[in-house]
Design a protein around this ligand. Structure first.
Ligand SMILES: [Zn+2]
Length: 930
């Protein structure tokens, strides 16, 4: 801290006392207020807490009058009573089981606290929600929940009834911490907050307790919490400065690390639990606590804003953040700021579930050290400059402690709760109005809704789409009869999403094209395009005809698709149509012991036109096979025909490949999404790391090695994490049971190295199939596994926050495109390399290319779209006896672009049948001319 700065906290606390002596009437009132507001003169306080907190707070101005004290109440356990230490104690982090133990002890002792179970995580830990409020609120939680449900869906209620609900109701303010596991402070702070809210008798807290129901997700990613704390105690606890820092643990949760906050389709179990809880309880405010930039960034929903959200939201967000900034600045706490960091465009953050459902997502970034160790920190000038939105900036250098972090986050959250307690009816009214507007918006504005027509070739992805919408609480109906809207008709069985429903806005946000990005020169924090129909490869029709709202429908709870099996009753063969379902690869696995072939060409079986790539499964000669095939086809929603004899169509064997997925230790997240997709579709694979690659003889164990996108380019893929002073083991030990999961290593630093590259080269030369995805596709080019293909990056001015763009399939006869019917397909643009293939090899090796140019940007933002014009999107290069397939696309992007998943799944299923005949050169075309 610069010497010239005045410790403002002292200043504010000194001034009123001084004013008291000189007898200024206004100031006397202010002085009394500040004391009376934030503590109770009659309540016993924990003096050791006050002393230690002052000691652990590195500068007096980093403490506030809201959290510099803590009541001591007989019979109600404080965190220290259960954990043995105060919150914010140096070098103390609390494991998840102990956090639950604390909340349960608090709930057992106080009628103001209640804990409910909400499910389990991927690793089987219990997820909970903790409610804190007055004894009256907690005793009548169900009634308050019902009130909120009425405001969330006011259909059928009169104005008078709504007025009464608002008059009798209370807002619920939900707070969550620990979504990102290295952001360790908030899960600690929330325990102290819960205790304070349950016990303190200051006017400030009493008002919050009476007027607001607080609910908490103590740790949003419990699996990652425990793994990170293991890592902290094993490696980080004694660090003294940033420069000591080693890389974090390879995993937080089971799959996706930081992207648990980008899980737009709620793939992760833990996130599903929270969404289910949310849709039951309807908290109008959901507040997500993160850690990164100094000292406290208070989200205000800055530009680019998604204009489909209710405009009220964009008034509420700065209302809260400005209040908190003003109050904390008044307390003398530097570095609290708003705007200037995170926008409001994507609906895909975890907390967005709140504003997606007409509530308010709030978010902080609090300064943290990645643990509870006090450290000297040097800050980036871009974080410490004075800006219009940062009038009292953070210091350039600072010694920062866990208690500072606790003070900042707890103070700010309490101010948010205070504001809510001052205006509880405004919050309820706003929530109601936003719900009402969503219904009215669908009634009055086009489109009035969407239709997902029945009879699409692959109905498994239609079922997936409907179920994803239903998971978000969006009402979907099934039309039992044919729909006629003017000259448009849709078959019976089509799904209808009417927008005149509480979550009609969300349906619109998810299903529409993102073609209204507000300002092309502005950056956005995450994805710019996500249109679900394009991402799932389903037809979804936007309907402007208001008559849609009157189409009779049966509400859909969820869709379970039954497959169909027709034809011969005791068949020798089954033909299973490849209509593009992702479940085809699951079927292959279920029938892995049977003889399965794929048809090279289309053929007819019974009444079904079987496209190329359809399966021919031999049932004859294997006991019980026919029943197993029927059951699997039905469960997987596929279409099969029983045949008495083998049809007359050329085929190739679908041998089951032995698959390895390669992961670096330093960048497991995008690999995690691919692992997740493989697990969901039951695709067997070994997860391998540098250790296995360097061992060599890869072809003995594997037919296919898949390298998902990861890290920062091919150098980091090969060289891995920078070596440290000591080896860094990721292994399970008696003390650290959460480490060594999903792979283990005696030293995660260093990569496969050049010797690893050679082993991959040998693998391909010996007949292996190497598949690289997204960013990893620069690797075969940069390291010469494919000699003639080059990879480069776009030049300056190119900006593509993952829009959806058009690609053209150039070799539809490749098995990679089995199940695809169109030449032009939408793909997610995930900033893979710009590939270049020599002109005389293009016709044979480029299987798909980007169309490029502005018109080919289907949804979302891409600046400089000409740079990808005609660039290869999938390249298949024969090398030695094997081949390398490079996807410049990322065909398994999060749990999102299902339409592209089969471009990889097909490659796996047909791994030894991918050779295509040379393409006939078009007559009259001058080679070398453009
Ligand atoms: Zn975070």
């Amino acid at each position: 801290m610069p010497a010239t700065r005045v410790p403002r906290w002292r200043l504010t606390w000194c001034l009123p006392v001084f004013a008291l002596f000189v007898g200024l009437p206004g100031s006397r009132a202010a002085a009394q207020e500040s004391v009376l507001e934030t503590r109770s003169p009659t309540q016993r306080e924990d003096t050791a807490f006050a002393r230690l907190v002052r000691q652990w707070t590195t500068h007096p101005e980093f403490l506030s009058p809201l959290v510099d004290h803590l009541p001591k109440v007989a019979g109600v356990p404080s965190p220290k009573d259960v954990l043995g230490y105060y919150i914010g104690a140096p070098k103390k982090l609390t494991y998840y089981a102990d956090i639950l133990k604390y909340y349960r002890a608090l709930a057992a002792a106080s009628p103001r606290v209640k804990v409910i179970s909400t499910g389990t995580t991927d690793e089987g830990r219990e997820t909970v929600d903790v409610f804190v409020g007055s004894a009256e609120s907690i005793a009548h939680l169900e009634r308050y929940r019902e009130d909120l449900a009425k405001l969330a869906d006011p259909r059928g209620l009169s104005e008078e009834q709504i007025d009464k609900v608002i008059a009798d109701g209370k807002p619920m303010y939900h707070i969550m911490g620990g979504l990102h596991s290295s952001e360790t402070g908030p899960p600690e702070m929330l325990m102290e907050l819960a205790y304070r809210l349950a016990t303190e008798n200051s006017p400030l807290i009493e008002k919050i307790r009476d007027n607001v129901i607080v609910s908490l997700t103590p740790v949003a990613e419990p699996d990652g919490r425990d793994r990170y704390i293991d890592w902290y105690y094993r490696y980080l606890v004694n660090d003294t400065s940033q420069s000591d820092r080693i890389p974090g643990p390879p995993y937080w949760g089971k799959y996706v690390y930081h992207d648990n906050n980008r899980d737009i389709n709620f793939a992760m179990k833990t996130m599903q639990n929270l969404l289910r809880w949310y849709l039951h309880w309807h908290p109008p405010i959901m507040h997500d606590l993160h850690e990164s930039i100094p000292f406290l960034y208070d989200y205000s929903g800055q530009d680019p804003q998604n204009p489909d959200y209710d405009p009220i939201l964009f008034g509420e967000l700065p209302w809260y953040s400005n209040y908190e900034m003003a109050q904390m600045t008044k307390y003398g706490m530097p570095g609290v700021w708003t705007h200037g960091f995170m926008d409001a465009w994507s609906p895909g953050y975890l907390g967005s579930m709140s504003y997606n459902h007409n509530g308010m997502m709030r978010m902080y970034e609090i300064f943290g050290n990645g643990g509870a160790t006090t450290m000297k920190r040097t800050l980036n000038r871009s974080q410490t400059s004075r800006e219009w939105y940062r009038p009292f900036p953070p210091y350039d250098t600072v010694t920062w402690s866990m208690r500072n972090n606790t003070n900042y986050s707890e103070t700010a959250v309490l101010l948010g709760l205070q504001l809510t307690s001052q205006f509880p009816k405004v919050i309820l009214q706003n929530f109601y109005k936003k719900s009402l507007h969503s219904i009215q918006n669908g009634e009055n504005d086009t489109p009035h809704g969407y239709v997902i027509p029945a009879g699409q070739r692959d109905m498994t992805r239609v079922a997936l789409l409907v179920n994803l919408l239903r998971m978000q609480g969006i009402e979907v109906g099934r039309a039992e009869k044919k729909i006629t809207l003017g000259s448009d008709t849709f078959p019976a069985g089509s799904y209808v999403i009417k927008r005149n429903q509480p979550y009609g806005r969300l349906a619109h946000i998810l299903l529409r094209l993102q073609n209204d990005y507000p300002n092309q020169s502005e950056q956005t924090y995450d994805d710019s395009g996500w249109t679900m129909g394009l991402m799932l490869g389903c037809e979804v029709d936007s309907i402007d005809d208001k008559a849609l709202l009157d189409v009779p429908v049966t509400p859909v709870d969820s869709v379970t698709l039954d497959g169909t099996v027709t034809g011969d009753r005791s068949p020798a063969f089954f033909a299973v149509a490849h209509f593009g379902s992702e479940n085809m690869i699951t079927l292959r696995d279920r029938l892995k012991d049977l003889d399965v072939k794929a048809a090279d060409k289309p053929f007819k079986a019974g009444d079904v036109e079987m496209p190329a790539g359809s399966f021919l499964v031999r049932a004859a000669g294997a006991a019980g096979a026919a029943d197993r095939i029927r059951t699997a086809v039905k469960e997987l929603g596929l279409t099969a025909v029983g045949l008495s004899k083998e049809p007359d169509v050329p085929t190739h064997d679908l041998n089951v490949p032995r698959v390895a997925m390669f992961s670096t230790w330093g960048s497991t997240q995008d690999v995690g999404w691919v692992r997740y997709a493989f697990d969901r579709f039951q695709i067997p694979y070994d997860l391998i790391f540098k250790e296995r690659v360097r061992q060599g003889n890869l072809k003995a164990d594997y037919d296919v090695i898949l390298i998902p996108t990861q890290g920062r380019g091919s150098k980091s893929l090969v060289m891995g994490l920078a070596p440290q002073k000591e080896p860094i083991a990721y292994t399970r030990t008696d003390s650290f049971k959460n480490l060594g999961m999903y792979g283990s290593s005696s030293d995660i630093t260093g990569g496969m190295g050049i010797e690893g590259v050679l082993e991959l080269q040998k693998f391909v030369d010996a007949g292996g199939l190497l598949i690289t995805m997204g960013g990893s596709s620069s690797f075969p080019a940069d390291f010469g596994l494919v000699r003639d293909v080059n990879a480069s990056r776009p030049s300056r001015g190119f900006y593509a926050p993952r829009p959806i763009v058009q690609a053209e399939i150039l070799r539809p006869e490749s098995p990679i495109f089995y199940g695809y019917t169109k030449t032009f397909v939408p793909v997610k643009y995930d900033n893979g390399p710009l590939l270049q293939v020599p002109r005389d090899e293009q016709d044979d090796e480029v299987l798909m290319k980007y169309v490029g140019g502005e018109k080919a940007v289907l949804s979302g933002l891409m600046r400089g779209a000409d740079q990808i014009r005609n660039r290869p999107a999938i390249v298949d290069v024969p090398v030695g006896k094997g081949r390398v397939i490079m996807y410049a696309t990322n065909p398994v992007y999060r749990w999102q672009n299902h339409h592209e998943f089969n471009m990889v799944f097909n490659a796996l299923m047909n791994f030894d049948d991918l050779t295509l005949p040379p393409k006939e050169k078009k007559a009259g075309r001058e080679r070398g001319a453009n």
